[in-house]
Ligand binder design. Structure first.
Ligand code: T4K
Length: 411
């Protein structure tokens, strides 16, 4: 049972007990059927084939191809390494245009490969890269575009494909959030030259750590497979530069088990998303990132924007208060890649041409969801948010005289 707040002084930040006795996380992993997982892991141990293109890895890749409707799936140890391999395999060079409103891995993978990431602004309605801004940034140095389907909501794919074709650019999508989602009736995964999924523990389908590059391009897939395995084309034959990007059998075992529960995970996320929306519908200043429910959605991120001028509290105040109550909301993707190193030092002026990104990173908050969060916990979180907004003036006044509590993880 969550502790009820009836006075502002009851908030944990001002000395009351935290609403929740234990921490509620945004990225609590979905576990799935443990017995099925243990059975698969036992089989792995019996076979004594632990990694390097094992049978579970192959089965996992085939399952994804079938689910997404793509020709090739190259499973990798995580999406970041997948992006690095893909950047090399598609031949990115010079400059590549991508949004700053993404996880830092999208930019790092390019920079790691020696390419300059050029940060582009987003469409404030979708949180995704704005093709109009992309068009303005293309120069002879541009070799490609990386779209990111933020929160699993598809980019403006048609416009990006059109731009890439007209300027002869490579186009890839960071679909780390978008596994199981569709766009115009087609599954995400089949667009551009290739797309990449993340199966990190915090994703709704997970392989502990893991990811996959998916593509319909035979030649690209063959390159990716070589690069994932040091460039080995046979026992003693290395035909290209490569790295170790392989996914282990235990990860594939988790992935296959996770896939078996995919519908249940989506249903839990969908239920949570709607419950949050219903219960916060009358809280002023809060607006949710909505999904196009005519398409397939995974609902894995419950995200809202808070408008301080209406709600009376800022995103950061709400964030601090919720953390002190053991609700570990996240400010993804604050402060934007362009304000993180090494990009901030590269060009301290980037912020000037990213007004929508700058605005969004200060307004957005992700809420705990997934199969680990119960309806009663969501109801209590919503009541807490409603209480904070209702008493915004008093909360603000007390915050102005009391230094803000910082959770030990956040100092
Ligand atoms: N592109 C995009 C657009 C991405 O969002 C990501 C990753 C990537 C590329 C790269 O994919 P990978 O290389 O990771 O496959 C988390 C995830 O680590 C990261 O995978 C994800 N995006 C990002 C959006 O979220 P952090 O820094 O927030 O992780 P962390 O450790 O703070 O965990 C988040 C919450 O989940 C915490 O409250 C704790 C909880 N948690 C986490 C783990 C690992 C658990 O309860 N159990 C766990 O096992 O990045």
């Amino acid at each position: 049972m969550a502790a009820i707040k009836s006075r502002v002084g009851d908030l944990a930040l001002f000395g009351g007990p935290p609403a929740f006795g234990s921490e509620l996380h945004v990225g609590r992993p979905n576990i799935g059927d443990r017995q099925a997982l243990f059975k698969r892991i036992n089989d792995v141990l019996d076979r004594k084939w632990l990694t390097n293109d094992g049978p579970l890895l192959q089965e996992f890749e085939q399952r994804i191809c079938k689910l997404i409707g793509v020709k090739h799936c190259v499973a990798v140890c995580n999406a970041t390494v997948g992006l690095e391999i893909l950047a090399k395999a598609v031949g990115f060079s010079g400059e590549v245009i991508l949004p700053s409103f993404t996880f830092i891995a999208t930019a790092h993978a390019l920079r790691w490969h020696g390419v300059t990431p050029l940060f582009c602004d987003i469409d404030s309605a979708t949180h995704n890269i704005d093709p109009l801004r992309v068009a303005e940034m293309i120069t002879p140095r541009t070799s490609g575009i990386v779209g990111v389907h933020v929160w699993g909501r598809p980019c403006n794919v048609d416009s990006l494909v059109d731009l890439a074709q007209r300027h002869n650019l490579k186009l890839i999508f960071d679909a780390a959030h978008a596994f199981g989602c569709s766009h115009k009736g087609r599954m995400i995964g089949g667009f551009g030259n290739a797309e990449i999924f993340s199966f990190h523990a915090t994703k709704f389908v997970n392989t502990f750590e893991g990811g996959a590059v998916v593509t319909n391009d035979d030649e690209l897939a063959a390159k990716l497979r070589l690069m994932r395995n040091f460039g080995f084309a046979g026992f003693d034959i290395v035909t290209s530069l490569g790295t170790n990007g392989k996914m282990s059998e235990v990860s594939a075992a988790m992935g296959l088990t996770s896939l078996e529960s995919l519908d249940n995970f989506v249903e839990a996320n969908r239920h949570n998303h709607h419950l949050y929306r219903r219960q916060l519908a009358n809280v002023p200043g809060i607006s949710f990132a909505l999904y196009d429910e005519a398409e397939k959605c995974n609902y894995q991120y419950v995200v809202f924007e808070i408008d301080e001028t209406v709600a009376g509290v800022s995103r950061d105040m709400l964030d601090d208060i919720l953390w002190s109550e053991n609700v570990l909301v996240r400010r993804y993707f604050y402060p934007g890649c362009h304000r993180m190193e090494p990009y901030r030092t590269d060009d301290p002026q980037t912020c000037v041409r990213l007004p929508q990104t700058e605005r969004l990173v200060n307004r957005v908050l992700c809420l705990p969801t997934g199969s680990a969060v119960s309806s009663s916990e969501i109801t209590a979180i919503c009541a807490l948010i409603g209480f904070i907004v209702k008493h915004a003036a008093a909360v603000k006044e007390r915050l102005s005289i009391k230094p803000v509590f910082r959770h030990p993880w956040r100092t």
